[in-house]
Design a binder for this molecule. Structure first.
Ligand code: PRP
Ligand code: URA
Length: 209
């Protein structure tokens, strides 16, 4: 049974409010995307396996735990997913990073793939697909379909804002994928933008509009 978590931590809600504000500039927007990604990553890594080790403290020898060395990969959906990578790597610095390039055709809203480079040993890894926006769900569904062809161990999707339509579509297309987002917004508008949302995440991260 896959997990769907809408993160309602006060720090996330506070940062998200600044992110949504039309007056927040690219520099602050990038920093906030990265910080929220770190907070979501913290929760999405809760089930990483541990193993027992012995450590000598200044006082005595004790049994304690370390990560069992599960192999991880972070795969941002270009462009906006790139904004979440550093925040993820802050917590899992040895993860490999793959890239999937997709853009939504503005007329059909269907994803168009233009790039895919994944770690060679992805079948041995748990994959975190990251993209701040889950709108119709088309981009996430397509990216995960591409990644599944390479047979990774397990996939989690980490986003920041989801529309109900996108969440439902992703759940239906990939019921085995765990989904972590910071907010479930109201709806999509006629242009496929999330309402209230934050506008075009890629343009706001990279200052292209
Ligand atoms: C945005 C966003 C997602 C996608 C979500 O990317 O970063 O990838 O839209 O929409 P969907 O759920 O309806 O597919 P966009 O296509 O604008 O490309 P960009 O990141 O290069 O700007
Ligand atoms: N992509 C974005 O960047 N924002 C939206 O609201 C929907 C898709």
């Amino acid at each position: 049974m896959s997990k769907i978590l809408i993160m309602d931590h006060p720090l996330i809600q506070h940062k998200l409010s600044i992110l949504r504000d039309v007056n927040t500039g690219s520099k602050e927007f990038r920093a906030l995307i990265s910080e929220i990604a770190t907070l979501i990553c913290y929760e999405a890594t809760r089930d990483l396996p541990l193993e027992d080790v012995e450590v000598e403290t200044p006082i005595c020898v004790t049994k304690t735990k370390v990560l069992a060395g599960k192999k991880l990969a972070v795969v941002p959906i270009l462009r906006a997913g790139l904004g979440m990578v550093d925040g993820m790597l802050a917590l899992v610095p040895s993860a490999r990073v793959g890239h999937i390039g997709l853009y939504r055709d503005p007329d059909t809203l269907m994803p168009v793939e233009y790039y895919c480079k994944l770690p060679a040993d992805i079948e041995e890894r748990e994959v975190f697909v990251v993209d701040p926006m889950l709108a119709t769900g088309g981009s996430a569904i397509d990216a995960i379909t591409q990644i599944k062809k390479r047979g990774p161990k397990h996939i989690k999707f980490l986003g920041i804002i989801a529309a109900p339509e996108g969440l439902e579509a992703l759940k239906k297309a990939h019921p085995d994928v765990d989904i972590f987002v910071a907010s479930l917004d109201e709806k999509l508008n006629d242009h496929g933008y999330i309402v209230p949302g934050l506008g075009d995440a890629g343009d706001r991260i990279f200052g292209t509009k």
